[in-house]
Design a protein around this ligand. Sequence first.
Ligand SMILES: [Zn+2]
Length: 87
Amino acid sequence: MFDKQANKKFSEKSLIFKRIKKRKCKLCSNKMNIVDYKDVEFLKNYITERGKIIPRRVNGNCAKHQRIITKAIKKAREVGFLPFQVE
Ligand SMILES: [Zn+2]
């Protein structure tokens, strides 16, 4: 009984993990090399509800584009388009 439950939990977790891991770099597929910090709707895809930047291993971006997005988000935060932290 206990083993079954443990297995169920594990499979659920791995399913979620797979779903997240399947994402590919959207910027590469769209051939975007410049991200506008004023494009809040786009940048919102890469931050959590609390305002944190989603790590590369989760959102599936490549290193180059993750750097570009991170810079854009930080710039947008300074200007005030995006929150630093949502309580
Ligand atoms: Zn990319």
